[in-house]
Design a protein. Structure first.
Length: 267
């Protein structure tokens, strides 16, 4: 992978930015990770100049609505392109076993058969289990169960062909059980619900989330040189980046990124 295109940076209730999801670019192709909570994913992709016809691989972390409902729209629009003859090849959706039925059911309940007729023919489901390694766009992805107590959820570590290692432990705090996957990473893509100083306002711990301080202390302990924080509250977007950076730099001396929607980071 060469670039990370940020499509959304907000939490489930965000209305001033899109729900957290992103694409990783390799050549002219894109690997999409989650799709947010609705057809806003189509607008985000359009604004980021990412053509649907260049997305042949999508990973879905878990079944919460801010991550999965946009998949119905991705399937509908890619199936439309297939029906028109403008989409080459197949779409592969990577997810844990339980999500296959969830995605299929949501789709069949909400769109016509002319779209979901492509299931298991041109829209394929690749079930990933804990520690499975898959080659996607010539890079090596190792998927793992993050150990969520809320909803079964998977993340991944990507070892790129140029040697860079990126780890993404989903939208919950890193757990020590994931150390063997995450150790030696050059980049950590981690959630941060709010700054520590506002923990009593947003109550991240009750929601199984962390603060900027927590995530930065983690990255510092793991000696990870690049840290991306997202899946945040969106109550003060004008000052979010500055506020998060100010807190984070007290606990982390690597390169800290608090991206906005549509930011592009180069690996």
């Amino acid at each position: 992978m060469e670039q990370l295109i940020v499509l959304g940076t907000g939490n489930a209730q965000a209305i001033h930015c899109y729900n957290t999801c992103y694409a990783m670019k390799k050549g002219e192709e894109y690997f999409l990770v989650d799709a947010g909570g609705g057809n806003g994913i189509l607008s985000q992709l359009d604004k980021a100049s990412i053509p649907l016809e260049k997305i042949h691989h999508i990973f879905v972390t878990h079944s919460h609505n801010d991550h999965i409902l946009g998949m119905v729209w991705m399937i509908r629009m890619i199936a439309t392109s297939m029906n028109k003859g403008t989409y080459d090849g197949t779409l592969t959706i990577y997810c844990h076993e339980e999500l296959v039925d969830t995605i299929k059911t949501l789709t069949k309940l909400t769109v016509g058969k002319k779209f979901y007729k492509h299931f298991d023919e041109r829209i394929l489901f690749h079930v990933v289990a804990h520690s499975d390694t898959v080659t996607i766009l010539e890079d090596s992805f190792t998927f793992f169960d993050i150990g969520s107590t809320k909803e079964k959820q998977f993340g991944f570590t990507c070892l790129m062909d140029h040697g860079t290692k990126v780890s993404f432990p989903g939208d919950e705090p890193y757990r020590k059980s994931l150390y063997e996957f995450v150790k030696g990473s050059d980049w950590l893509l981690h959630e941060a619900f709010c700054v520590y100083d506002e923990r009593n306002i947003f109550k991240p711990y009750e929601k199984h989330h962390s603060t900027v301080k927590d995530a930065c202390e983690l990255a510092q302990t793991l000696h990870i040189p690049n840290l991306v924080l997202w899946h945040t509250e969106d109550k003060d977007m004008k000052h979010r980046q500055g506020k998060y950076l100010a807190e984070g730099k007290q606990y982390y001396d690597g390169k800290l990124y608090i991206p906005e929607d549509f930011d592009v980071l180069k690996f």
